[in-house]
Design a binder for this molecule. Structure first.
Ligand code: SF4
Ligand code: SF4
Length: 219
């Protein structure tokens, strides 16, 4: 399901924060996104999340913009392998509920900050909305694997978990090394660092080095 179709369906809960959110977020660099898509995404999510505290709403929107860049990066290279040469068909690596951002053990062992817990909670709600929209527009869920998995792939685009959005299997890593040579290891390491880190703070959801190293491969 195209991302902008879902954004258009989000119910509005206040337009009053849009200008402030655009001023805070649209000025940042998004090398893999067009200015129009950035502004539209900020506007739609700001309106939908208008009842939230400023900091939480902006963290959720910033995460969605980061994930949309990862979506573009995956589409530029790694996803070819998933579509055409996955070594573990038919569900690949989507064998469990990897969309969960903070499990009970993450909370008990990692001790995430209140801000990280709040952001995780907001993203979880948006995941439910995104999956429901994908299903209502024709995607058919594949029971027995991940609850967000449909027969034609993941029902999430903007609110995949940090674990999902940064995951590269061994075969995809090898394909990237083969195609991009010496520039691939830095990108692979940056992806792996975020995919495997314990989330204790809001900054652990994303990785600036992922974007900078991806530019060398796909920019
Ligand atoms: S990351 Fe690897 S295991 Fe997962 S779907 Fe892609 S090719 Fe398959
Ligand atoms: S959320 Fe999507 S990418 Fe992640 S495991 Fe589930 S189906 Fe796969």
């Amino acid at each position: 399901m195209p991302i902008d179709h879902w954004l258009e369906t989000l119910s509005p809960h206040g337009h009053h924060m849009v200008d402030g959110d655009l001023a805070a977020l649209a000025v940042r660099p998004y090398p893999f996104l067009s200015a129009d898509s950035v502004c539209n995404q900020i506007t739609r999510l700001s309106t939908h999340l208008g009842a939230l505290r400023n900091d939480v709403r902006r963290q959720a929107i910033a995460y969605s913009l980061y994930v949309r860049q990862l979506d573009a990066i995956q589409e530029a290279g790694p996803r070819d392998r998933c579509k055409g040469g996955c070594p573990r068909p038919p569900v690949g690596c989507c064998t469990a509920n990897h969309f969960v951002i903070l499990s009970l053990s993450d909370v008990l062992v990692g001790g995430p900050s209140p801000a990280a817990m709040h952001l995780s909670h907001v993203i979880t709600g948006l995941q439910r909305n995104e999956t429901a929209h994908s299903v209502s527009h024709g995607q058919v869920l594949s029971p027995g694997h991940c609850d967000c998995l449909a027969a034609d792939g993941c029902t999430l685009r903007l609110f995949k978990s940090p674990r999902c959005v940064h995951y590269l299997c061994r075969e995809v890593e090898d394909a990237l090394r083969l195609e991009h040579g010496g520039q691939a290891p830095a990108f692979i390491a940056a992806m792996k660092a975020v995919a495997t880190q314990t989330i204790t703070a809001v900054g652990d959801f994303t990785g600036a080095e992922v974007i900078s190293t991806a530019l060398a491969l796909f920019g």
